[in-house]
Write a protein that binds this ligand. Structure first.
Ligand code: COA
Length: 197
């Protein structure tokens, strides 16, 4: 049985909710700080909207949170091989320079609920938002700028996301990270058309 669907309520992470719940704590300090202190200002600038699932048996308990924004994939920044892979399911007459996408800017599962499949359930929930009747604006891809950690990269790969750049070197060059030793995040994408077949 799905945990979020059966035991939790979906809510906008607004000021009233933040003030009436326990501080959200996933294993990443920057994410916790963003959800607690910056997400409201971010939303009021119309830069990204944050949502969460709270536990029905204890509504002060936030199980997981995420932030999404409109975005796009611009193929001009991609190496040829990557461009080919990305466009392989798009008929040539429908190819453009930029493809509509939604960015998962931030996503975390509370420390008390990790490794139970909840992150996976949350990604499936987000994917389902952008397909079928709810794909109101046309959205082909979901993008994430994932933390460059085994935990996060495994998580997204396990959930069908691919790297936008096949190597860190390519990503550094294309995104202007210069010679920084290790890039802190990796861009990944999920093609929503795969859910329509
Ligand atoms: C990454 C995160 C969202 C995973 O949430 P979760 O509910 O534990 O994920 P799931 O239980 O659905 O796990 C799915 C897969 O993710 C990977 N994964 C999850 N936690 C992992 C860990 N600590 N180390 C390595 N891989 C991990 C595994 O491949 C796992 O599959 P498996 O259980 O078959 O091994 C959660 O640990 C978290 O909030 N981390 C801190 C914030 C973060 O890194 N966010 C994502 C980047 S923006």
């Amino acid at each position: 049985m799905k945990f979020l669907e059966s035991n939790c309520s979906f809510e906008v992470l607004d000021e009233a909710l933040i003030n009436s719940t326990n501080v959200f704590e996933c294993s990443n300090f920057d994410l916790n700080d963003f959800f607690q202190n910056d997400s409201i200002a971010f939303a009021s600038e119309l830069m990204g909207k944050s949502y969460c699932f709270t536990l029905d048996s204890d509504s002060k308990n936030i199980v997981c949170s995420f932030t999404i924004s409109n975005d796009s994939i611009k193929t001009s920044i991609l190496p040829n091989a990557r461009k080919k892979k990305l466009l392989k399911n798009i008929p040539s007459e429908k190819r453009f320079k930029s493809y509509p996408a939604v960015l998962i800017g931030r996503l975390g599962v509370s420390k008390d609920f990790t490794s139970l499949g909840i992150g996976t359930e949350l990604l499936n929930f987000i994917k389902s938002w952008f397909i079928e009747r709810d794909n109101k604006t046309g959205c082909r891809f979901i993008i994430v700028d994932s933390y460059n950690t085994n935990e996060a990269l495994n998580f997204y790969q396990k959930n069908g996301f691919n790297f936008l750049f096949s190597s860190e070197e390519q990503e550094k060059m294309a995104t202007d990270f210069g010679c920084e030793e290790q890039i802190k995040t990796r861009l990944m994408y999920f093609d929503l058309i795969s859910l329509y077949s």
